[in-house]
Design a protein. Structure first.
Length: 487
């Protein structure tokens, strides 16, 4: 079945492409990313709403709404989340943070367009880029069908836009040549015309235009994953009995219970207990266990998912045992997650805070949030909503991290550690006062500068000089509050 092209789809794709090409600064975080995101979301919403309104108007007055309220609110939530992540580029200057937010925004925008499908979250998150390639022939055939017919209002608007652009291309250079002040104003408001800029504009125009076209294709097409009689649905799976899944889950539960008891002994025993039993300082003990505990927490999620998917749940007794076993294992794993976070925090207190250490710590906190979602799913033993909820919590965690200002937090904690005069015990029993790594602080972004106000003037100037050395002037597209404050 050929999917009809909604009115205005071609113009919306082209308009979003132009907005992205003009607004986005590829080399840095900036407010232009948010402007482009708003333009893309607005183009998709406008065309889709017009198409749905037209289809509803052609139906009887008693016809149900085209889009369920729950679906509408879900799309709004993901869109707001995506735009919030793009807004980080206007506030924070840390490149690594914005790259994560940009990836999260792309996945959130895809989930806003793609309804939950049988193909799973992995397909839903990448549905827009996958459909973007299919949207090219869709747009082509749609435009071909419009040829020879009477021009619609959107087509007339498109021709009007082209005529406007043509007139500007003629008159703006003439006026700029006639007045030096006007020429300076135009030069400051328009990007430089060179080969690199042209390549960047074409690239951004293509990516944004295809993203809008792919989203509109998904909205116009029947819901992906709605095919009946899928292969997975036809498979008759042999369910695991409580004894079959209870043995591995019970073994894990017993193992984790022993480990948690050990953690309590370490917690109350402190540094002396660790040195007597492991012959390590507490900081070295913390460093050695974080990665192993993180892997354990992630692998356990896979075990719980497999058991919930394959365990028999026909009788009330089977469901009751499943709830109890998964709940106990999840609670014990949450204690392990808390232990991993505590270990990394202790290690940073002893050896210093860095971006990587903070990131892995935040990731482990997010794993803990997923376990809370698993516990919530046990109420009705329905877990189909967990993948999207996990993706949403990941995006929300990124927003929270950006709001905290991670690089300022890192600098602040390192300075606190140095100012407090606290000492670190080495393996040979010596107490050493940690030094402040000025070179590392100078490699951070302008986000970290407010935290350096407590340092001696010469140190503060040294860090600020190193950070400002990498700053150049921002165009309007690349305006960023943190870099503006640093200047």
């Amino acid at each position: 079945m050929r999917i009809p092209l909604p009115s205005g789809a071609f113009a919306a794709s082209a308009g979003a492409g132009v907005a992205a090409a003009v607004s986005i600064p590829l080399d840095r975080p900036g407010i232009g990313w948010l402007i482009a995101g708003v333009a893309i979301a607005g183009a998709i919403y406008t065309v889709d709403r017009r198409a749905r309104t037209s289809s509803t108007a052609g139906e009887s007055s008693g016809a149900p709404e085209t889009v369920a309220p729950l679906r509408r609110w879900g799309a709004l939530w993901w869109t707001v989340l995506a735009l919030g992540l793009l807004a980080v580029g206007a506030v924070r200057a840390a490149g690594w943070l914005f790259v994560l937010c940009l990836l999260g925004a792309g996945l959130a925008m895809s989930l806003a367009v793609q309804p939950r499908s049988r193909r799973g979250l992995g397909f839903d998150m990448f549905a827009v880029p996958v459909r973007a390639a299919m949207a090219v022939p869709w747009l082509y055939h749609g435009v071909r069908r419009l040829q020879g017919s009477r021009a619609s209002a959107s087509q007339r608007l498109g021709w009007s836009v082209l005529a406007t652009v043509a007139l500007l291309l003629v008159f703006v250079p003439l006026l700029a040549g006639a007045d030096a002040v006007f020429a300076r104003l135009i030069a400051g408001a328009t990007p430089a015309m060179d080969g690199g800029s042209m390549v960047r504009w074409v690239f951004l125009f293509t990516v944004a235009g295809l993203a809008v076209a792919g989203a509109l294709y998904l909205l116009a097409a029947p819901a992906a994953g709605g095919e009946a009689n899928s292969v997975a649905a036809q498979l008759v799976r042999k369910r695991w009995t409580p004894l079959e899944w209870g043995l591995p889950l019970g073994a894990l539960t017993a193992l984790f219970a022993v480990f948690v008891a050990t953690q309590l002994a370490v917690l109350f025993g402190g540094n002396g207990y660790v040195q007597r039993t492991a012959e390590l300082t507490y900081a070295e003990y913390a460093r050695g266990g974080f990665w192993q505990l993180s892997i354990v927490s992630m692998l356990t999620l896979g075990v719980i998912a497999a058991v919930q998917s394959w365990a028999a749940q026909d009788s009330a007794g089977e469901r009751r045992w499943l709830r109890l076993a998964v709940a106990v294992l999840s609670v014990l794993t949450l204690v392990i997650v808390a232990s991993a976070v505590h270990r990394m925090w202790t290690y940073q207190q002893a050896y210093g805070f860095t971006v990587l250490r903070l990131l892995v710590e935040v990731f482990e906190v997010w794993i803990g949030l997923i376990y809370l979602l698993v516990l919530a799913s046990l109420v009705r033993l329905r877990r189909h909503w967990i993948p999207r909820a996990a993706a949403g919590s990941a995006a929300a965690t990124l927003l929270a991290l950006a709001w905290v200002n991670p690089e300022a937090l890192i600098a602040d904690r390192n300075i606190d550690r140095w100012l407090s005069g606290a000492t670190v015990e080495t393996t040979d029993g010596r107490q050493v006062k940690p030094a402040l790594d000025l070179e590392y602080l100078g490699r951070l972004s302008p986000d970290a500068l407010p935290a350096t106000e407590r340092l001696p003037a010469d140190w503060r100037d040294r860090i600020a000089t190193a950070i400002r050395a990498d700053l150049d002037e921002d165009s309007w597209q690349g305006w960023n509050r943190s870099r503006a404050n640093a200047r």
